[in-house]
Structures are given as structure tokens and as C-alpha cells.
Design a protein around this ligand. Structure first.
Ligand SMILES: [Fe+2]
Length: 252
């Protein structure tokens, strides 16, 4: 199976995995032999790459570590949750059961494909959308947790914190988050408050373990004290927070 950039697709190539849009709606089924029209349709939906059967196509040989369905479900769940929390219809724990299931599903599939997990390049080059990024951070954090023999409960706390690490960004004005020009001092300070905003949001929710809130608070701290917002260093940083930091800076 190969992952092929949409611009390299040619009519007649066969999909090795179904293609979904960002909301999890099926666009094309697995096994579809692509026509010119279908390739154009995928382009119009903003799809950037697909999985193609065979090894004789230019592209990147790929072994995904979780199924496309699980990845899409996780991204959709996270997106729905963040929308609902932003509209104040819900607190983060309002999705607790669903979030637990997302982490459990990812964890289950990771356990099955641990040997394939070393293919980090796959993860580095995935979509850079925030939700996809958060799911990748969750995946990589869980891998480290698994390698460190974390207990089931520790893995769940780690997975949830990783999934929600940037939830505080919803409290930062969109104009600042999306600004292309360099941020001024005041704007930078505002952005650097997002770990604290996320911490408050999760802490206020009785369904969430306070450790999750603390990990979120610490996700931009650095071992040498150069991080933010509190400039914690060394052992002041929780182990799970230092795990989340790693994939967060590795993935786009
Ligand atoms: Fe962040």
C-alpha cells in the first residue's frame, strides 16, 4: 500500500483505503478504481493524499499504525467536542465516555501494531490541522507510555491529556491564532496563556482527573526551564507532561 499525493494520482489507480472528508463522511469506498472525475472531486474536497494499492507507483510506502476509520473517528470526535465546548454547550468531560472510547480504540490498535510503530515518518507528514495534530500527539504519547509500561489508568490519563492538550486555544482570539505576520509582545503573551486556559477548562470539570488538567498546563514547559507559561524545570514537570511535549514538537 502506498500513500500518494493527490497530484500524483492517475485514473485507474485503486484505493487501498476508503477516503473520508474531515467530518468523517465517506467520499470513496476502498477498492474504488479512480476516474479523472473522482480525482477532481477529491481535490475539490481538499483531500491531500490517499492510499493506493500496489508498490509500483511513485509515492511513499506506508504502513499506518491505526486504521483510517479510527483516525477519522478520533478527529471528528475531537472537532465536535471543541465546537460544543466553544459554544458553551458542554464541558470537556461531557464527552468523557466517548473520549475514553477514542483513547481505548487507539490504544487497542496500537497494541496490535506495535512493531509497525517505529515508522515515525508517517506521523510527521500527516495533516497539519489541529485536530489531526492532536490525534497524532495522542498516538505518539501512548506509544511512549506503552514502552514505559504505564498502567491502564496512566495510559488513559496520558491519552486524554494528549488529545486535549491544545483545548485552551479556543479561548485565544482567532485573529491572533491565524495571524500570518509575526505576533507582537501582547499577542504572544496571549497565545502563551493557552496551556493555562486549557487547565482551567478541564479543572472546572468534575468528570476529569485533575492530573489531566495539570498535564495540559505543563505541555509547553521545557526541561531546562525555557518553556511557558510558568517556566517550570526538571522534576517540576510531570512525567506525562514531558511525554506529551516530545511528539508535540515533532509533529506538524
Ligand atoms: Fe499548545
Amino acid at each position: 500500500m502506498l500513500r500518494v499525493n493527490l497530484f500524483q494520482l492517475k485514473p485507474g489507480m485503486k484505493l487501498a483505503q476508503p477516503v473520508y472528508n474531515a467530518d468523517g463522511v465517506l467520499l470513496l469506498a476502498q477498492g474504488t478504481e479512480l476516474s479523472k472525475q473522482e480525482i477532481e472531486r477529491l481535490l475539490s474536497y481538499g483531500v491531500r493524499w490517499v492510499y493506493i494499492e500496489g508498490y509500483d507507483t511513485p509515492g511513499e510506502l506506508i504502513v499506518d499504525i491505526i486504521s483510517q476509520q479510527t483516525r477519522t473517528d478520533a478527529i471528528r470526535t475531537l472537532k465536535n467536542l471543541i465546537f460544543a465546548v466553544a459554544k458553551k454547550e458542554l464541558v470537556p468531560g461531557g464527552y468523557r465516555e466517548i473520549l475514553d472510547k477514542v483513547v481505548e480504540k487507539i490504544l487497542g490498535e496500537l497494541r496490535e501494531s506495535r512493531d509497525k510503530c517505529v515508522k515515525m515518518l508517517d506521523i510527521r507528514t500527516l495533516d497539519s490541522y489541529t485536530y489531526a495534530h492532536s490525534v497524532n500527539v495522542c498516538l505518539l504519547s501512548l506509544l511512549v507510555g506503552l514502552a514505559m509500561n504505564f498502567t491502564e489508568e496512566e495510559l488513559k490519563v496520558l491519552g486524554l491529556a494528549a488529545l486535549l492538550h491544545d483545548i485552551g486555544k479556543m479561548m485565544v482570539p482567532k485573529e491572533i491564532l491565524e495571524k500570518e505576520a509575526p505576533l507582537d509582545e501582547e499577542e504572544r503573551e496571549e497565545v502563551e496563556q493557552h496551556p493555562y486556559f486549557g487547565y482551567r477548562l478541564v479543572l472546572e470539570d468534575p468528570q476529569m482527573n485533575p492530573v489531566i488538567a495539570e498535564i495540559i498546563y505543563q505541555h509547553h514547559e521545557r526541561y531546562d526551564g525555557s518553556g511557558y507559561p510558568r517556566g517550570l524545570k526538571g522534576k517540576e514537570i510531570l512525567l506525562p507532561a514531558s511525554i506529551v511535549v516530545l511528539p508535540m514538537s515533532m509533529t506538524p
